[in-house]
Ligand binder design. Structure first.
Ligand code: TYM
Length: 342
C-alpha cells in the first residue's frame, strides 16, 4: 500500500490512535468512554496513545501543574494496563510533526466548519476571557494527531464524534487533491457508556471542569465514590429501568454498571428493577470501586518511578517521531514544500 507508513513488523495490523488531555483529574467518563478500551485494543491493533499536552494549553495552565499532570496521565495509561513494549505512548509536544501537519491542515479547513464545532461554542462560553485562536483551530490539531499516524481506528467518547468527522472530511479533501495520502479513520465507540453523564445533572456529560460532586475522578477513594453515587440525582419513581429521556439519572447509573460489570441492561433491570434505588446504587458504587481500585494501586507505584516514566516518555517520542516523519515528508512533497538538502 503506497500510503502505508507503518514499520514492517506491524504491517498487517490496523493502527489505533487516541489521546487524552492531561488536566490533572480524569473522570469515570474518560475511563468508560475511552481509556478502558485502550488496553483491550492493544492485543489486536498497533496502538499509539498520546498525552495531548498541546491541546491542554488552549486554556491557561499553571506550567508546573501541567508538567505534573502529563506524568500523571502517562502513569494512568500504564496503570490501566498499557504495555510500552506493545504500544506507543508519548507526549504530543515531543513530536513536532503534530504542529507542522496541524498548520498544513489549517490551510485545508474552512472557517465555517470550525464555526460549527459545538465544543468550541461550549468552551468559549466557559472561558469567555480567553477565546484564543488555538481553541478555535483545536479540531484541526486533533485531525493532524490522527492523520499523522495513518490511523484506522480512533477510540473516543461520543463528545469527540464531531471532531472525528472533521478529521475524516479533511483527509478526504486532501486525498481528493493529492491522491491517497491519508488513511480515512473510523471512530470506535462504546455501545453503552459512550457518553457518561453528570451525577448531579444527568442530561449533561460528566466533565472534570464541573463541580466535584458531579463526577467521579479515577483516583477518588472508596468512600468518596460511595458518597457521590449515593447522592447522584435520580427521580421520584422506584423502578430501575433504562429510559434515558424520562429517567436520565437511573439510565446513566445503569450504563455505568453495565459496562463495568458486564451485565446487560435487561439483566440489571431483572436483578434490581423493583428492589429500590438504595440497593441498586450500592451495586453501582461497588462496581466502580472494583474497577478503579487495582488501577489506583498500580498508579500509586508507577507515579513514584520517575526513571521508568522518563524512559517510556523518551522511547515513545523517538518512535512516534519516526512514524510521523514519514507521513509528514509525503505531505510536504505533495503540497509543494521544497525538501531541505543538507
Ligand atoms: P478529553 O481529554 O476531553 O477526553 C478524553 C477521552 O474521554 C472521552 N470522554 C468521555 N466519554 C464518555 N463520557 C464522558 N462523559 C466523557 N468525557 C470525556 C472523550 O470523548 C475522549 O475520548 N480532543 C480530545 C483529545 C484528543 C484526541 C486526539 C482524541 C486530542 N487529539 C486524537 C482522539 C484522537 C479531548 O479533548 O478529549
Amino acid at each position: 500500500m503506497e500510503n502505508d507508513t507503518r514499520t514492517t513488523d506491524v504491517e498487517k495490523r490496523k493502527r489505533v490512535f487516541s489521546g487524552i488531555q492531561p488536566t490533572g483529574t480524569l473522570t469515570l467518563g474518560n475511563y468508560i468512554g475511552a481509556l478502558r478500551n485502550f488496553p483491550i485494543l492493544q492485543q489486536e491493533y498497533d496502538c499509539v496513545y498520546s498525552v495531548v499536552d498541546m491541546h491542554a494549553i488552549t486554556v491557561r495552565q499553571d506550567p508546573a501543574a501541567l508538567r505534573k499532570a502529563c506524568l500523571k496521565m502517562m502513569s494512568l495509561y500504564l496503570a490501566v494496563g498499557l504495555d510500552p513494549e506493545k504500544t506507543l505512548i508519548y507526549f504530543q509536544s515531543h513530536v513536532s510533526g503534530h504542529a507542522e501537519l496541524g498548520w498544513i491542515l489549517d490551510c485545508f479547513t474552512y472557517m465555517g466548519e470550525l464555526n460549527r464545532m459545538t465544543q468550541f461554542k461550549d468552551k468559549s462560553a466557559k472561558h469567555a476571557d480567553n477565546i484564543n485562536a488555538g481553541l478555535f483551530t483545536y479540531p484541526v490539531l486533533m485531525a493532524a494527531d490522527i492523520l499523522l499516524y495513518q490511523t484506522d481506528l480512533v477510540p473516543i467518547g461520543a463528545d469527540q464524534k464531531q471532531h472525528l468527522e472533521l478529521a475524516r472530511d479533511i483527509a478526504q479533501r486532501f486525498n481528493a487533491v493529492y491522491g491517497d495520502v491519508f488513511v480515512v479513520p473510523d471512530g470506535f465507540f462504546q455501545k453503552v457508556g459512550a457518553r457518561v453523564m453528570s451525577l448531579q445533572e444527568p442530561t449533561k456529560k460528566m466533565s472534570k471542569s464541573d463541580p466535584e460532586e458531579t463526577y467521579i475522578a479515577m483516583l477518588d477513594d472508596k468512600d468518596t465514590i460511595r458518597r457521590k453515587i449515593k447522592r447522584a440525582v435520580t427521580d421520584s419513581e422506584a423502578d430501575v429501568r433504562f429510559d434515558p429521556e424520562n429517567k436520565p439519572g437511573i439510565s446513566n447509573l445503569m450504563s455505568i454498571l453495565s459496562v463495568l460489570s458486564g451485565m446487560s441492561l435487561e439483566e440489571i433491570t431483572s436483578v434490581y428493577g423493583t428492589s429500590g434505588y438504595g440497593r441498586f446504587k450500592d451495586a453501582v458504587a461497588e462496581s466502580v470501586i472494583e474497577a478503579l481500585t487495582p488501577i489506583q494501586e498500580r498508579y500509586n507505584q508507577i507515579i513514584t518511578d520517575k526513571a521508568y516514566l522518563q524512559k517510556v516518555m523518551t522511547e515513545g517520542a523517538e518512535k512516534a517521531s519516526y512514524i510521523s516523519r514519514k507521513t509528514l515528508g509525503k505531505v510536504r512533497r505533495k503540497v509543494g514544500l521544497a525538501a531541505l538538502q543538507l
